[in-house]
Design a protein around this ligand. Sequence first.
Ligand code: HEC
Ligand SMILES: [Cu+2]
Length: 358
Amino acid sequence: MHFISPVLWQFLIKWLTNFAIFPPEASRIAPDVDAFYFYLIGISVVGLVIVGLLVGVFSVRYRKERNPEATQIEGSTLLEATWTIIPLALFMVSFVWGALLYFRIYNPPTNAMNVYVVGKQWMWKVEHPGGQHEINSLHVPINRPVQLTMISQDVFHSFSIPAFRVKREVIPGRYSTVWFEATAPGTYHLFCTQYCGTLHSQMIGQVVAMTPDDYQAWISGSTSGTSLAQNGERLFAALGCNSCHNGTPNAHGPSLANVIGSQVQLANGTYTTATDAFVRDSILNPTLHQVAGYAPIMPTYQGQVSEEGLISLVEYIRRLDSNYRIDQTLNVSETGAGSDAAPASGTSTSTASGMVKQ
Ligand code: HEC
Ligand SMILES: [Cu+2]
């Protein structure tokens, strides 16, 4: 890329995209991915030409009429070393270069804004933290790193935006992430690139990259009224989580304030970082990582919460800080001194503890 002259590079890319041989380059990483791709094509072409030429030249030069008697060649260390070292060096360059790109694509910068994506047969559901929902479309601002936290509700899918040169498997039961920084406003293709059943070919959509102002206008014009965290707060009460997790000293469960990103000690003495995935696992499969100092009384919520619900819970827990009680408005009376609960939270709490004791 940068070792070819920038003018030449621009020309090459323009030509390739004009003839629809290449998708447009619309993200920060796209030119770098393309440079690597051209390197791979380049060494393949060089290899092809050398081998092709040698086949041609040798078959003329060493043809039967000129060499009626076969000559035995004992080998040449120099020759063998050359054809070992040069390809090895070329492959090592691909390896290191590829690995550097890989780490860049799969390690989101910490200042990236997060958007959730749920894949299912056969659509992409996008959830913005502000509560905006989209189906088969994704609106993003340009010049800002965007991280996608993705999960599948059924089978394997793969989320791909060719113009951004990113793609990542979307797997049931596990969050996977990918990130990009769009550079040019526009509408780009979004594909599922993993065969996922009959209508796989229709699991497509569009990515709309917008200027920051347009994006702001879109975000404020598309709110559903409740953010993901607020939705999560409701679920937290409705599922009775707050009967055990309420930040009081005598609570049956650990306080969840500031838990995401922190080190949690497990019952077996080891420490683990509480990530989104850790929280999700804790809800669906509480015995998987038992938190130290607490009885294994947390029930599993497997089958009771949808992936979207889990995302809302994760967003809620992410936003819980030391003023746990203020955030958790639905549970104010529960964490207060008195046990006379207000009707709303009283109902949800008793349903929840009933559920737990079954
Ligand atoms: C019956 C009480 C109870 C209920 C109800 C309950 N939990 Fe828990 N929870 C616990 C206990 C006890 C632990 C710690 C032991 C363990 O890991 O199982 C825990 C652990 C967790 C953890 C890991 C916390 C940490 O410090 O790392 C998370 C996250 C969590 N619960 C979320 C939830 C959510 C969300 C709900 C509701 C959908 C919920 N819990 C419902 C008792 C409960
Ligand atoms: Cu799919």
